[in-house]
Design a protein around this ligand. Structure first.
Ligand SMILES: Cc1ncc(COP(=O)(O)O)c(C=O)c1O
Length: 374
């Protein structure tokens, strides 16, 4: 396939009336005001609806990381792309592969929703599924080891490495400038954390205009990112069983951990009350952003990133039988989170907040930012 390279749209370039290529449909996502039941009338937050991208939020880093890898010469024309993903980045890479002319193999695990497997196949990606979790590093480590195996045996193959490649965070400059154009000012940004890419990239650019910005991270219970021990996780997208180098620890004022039943409640409220909803990370972020909107001084402008839409979760978050089997229904979250003074004070099992954020591995920021560059 010998397509011309998709152009990088400028930060404020409007979406074309008629797109010539699907990559031109990425970005320029809308913002929706969300209030009740998360906050009383008059109070609320602005949700950036990244589910309006063709694949989801990861269309942005998918295209940017592949464009940059080609520019550097790390990825030669037509060479295969191999990456580990729990879903959204796979869709972004499928778009990048199609746009730039590379075959894409996505390494995933049995937790990947069957509908996403079918969707990826429809979009031309090859899916390689690992069968068992790694004893220490869970599914994520098992997937990454499989990626290393495939890279070793495929000449010219390239792994974008979304966990450690700084181009992941850099891909979000346009999203931040869109927010500034849409909201004028942002005081608090609430973002979920998986690889750390969008929280790091958006907050960095917003701080160029609003140095006093407060960044609040949202993680899943059982995730190791902010210093809790690893445990099996139902929630996908946010959270991790490794320590991704893209997480910008010093950028966060605080972190919240959210449990699956709380995210399900929030997702379903969003759907019923606001139509716009999504997956686990959307529910978790809405819960925390609503709390910020109710508790911070009136007039605080709160933005929250909704990474995707609901369709992928119709058999999980929005399936009553599945939710009942996992005891996720009918549990309205408490009005405020539990508090811990240190991220490793105790194992958290429900919505909990901590005002101390540090890298559990004690890495230097510079080291982290440089990790993974090929
Ligand atoms: C649906 C969803 N939400 C949130 C995240 C976390 O985003 P990030 O990797 O930029 O931290 C991801 C990451 O894969 C995701 O797929």
């Amino acid at each position: 396939m010998n397509l011309p390279l998709p152009e990088t749209r400028g930060a404020h370039a409007p979406l074309p009336v008629v797109a010539r290529r699907p990559a031109q449909l990425v970005g320029g996502t809308p913002v929706l005001w969300i209030d009740e039941p998360f906050a009383p009338p008059g109070r609320g937050f602005y949700a950036k609806l990244e589910g309006a991208n063709p694949g989801g939020i990861k269309d942005r880093p998918g295209l940017h990381m592949i464009r940059e890898a080609r520019r550097r010469g790390d990825l030669v024309p037509g060479a295969p792309i191999v990456e580990s993903s729990s879903g959204t980045f796979a869709l972004g890479l499928a778009l990048a592969g199609l746009s730039f002319g590379h075959p894409v193999t996505v390494v995933t695990d049995p937790g990947m929703e069957p509908s996403v497997l079918r969707l990826l196949a429809t979009l031309g990606a090859h899916v390689d599924q690992v069968a068992a979790p790694h004893a220490d590093g869970g599914w994520q480590r098992a997937r990454r080891e499989r990626v290393a195996e495939l890279l070793a045996r495929t000449p010219g193959a390239y792994c974008p490495d979304q966990y450690h490649n700084p181009d992941n965070a850099r891909a979000y400059r346009p999203l931040a400038t869109e927010l500034i154009a849409q909201l004028g000012r942002v005081d608090v940004l609430v973002a979920s954390v998986g690889t750390g890419g969008h929280s790091a990239g958006i907050s960095r650019v917003l701080r160029e205009s609003f140095p006093a910005l407060t960044l609040i991270g949202v993680d899943a219970v059982g995730s190791t990112i902010f210093g809790q021990p690893a445990a099996p996780r139902l929630m996908r997208g946010l959270g991790s069983s490794i320590h991704p180098g893209n997480v910008d620890y010093p950028a966060f004022a605080e972190v919240h951990w959210v449990a699956p039943a709380e995210a399900v409640w929030a997702c379903r409220q969003l759907g019923r009350r606001h139509y716009a909803t999504g997956g686990w990370s959307v529910g978790a972020v809405a819960l925390v952003a609503g709390w910020v909107a109710r508790t911070y001084p009136a007039g605080t402008r709160v933005a929250a990133v909704f990474p995707d839409g609901p369709h992928r979760y119709l058999d999980t978050v929005y399936n009553d039988a599945w939710c009942r089997d996992h005891r996720l229904l009918g549990q309205e979250p408490p009005p405020r989170p539990d508090e811990i003074a240190e991220p490793d004070e105790r194992v958290v099992t429900g919505w909990t907040r901590c005002g101390k954020v540090r890298d559990p591995l004690g890495r230097a920021t510079v080291e982290r930012a440089g990790a993974g560059v090929r």
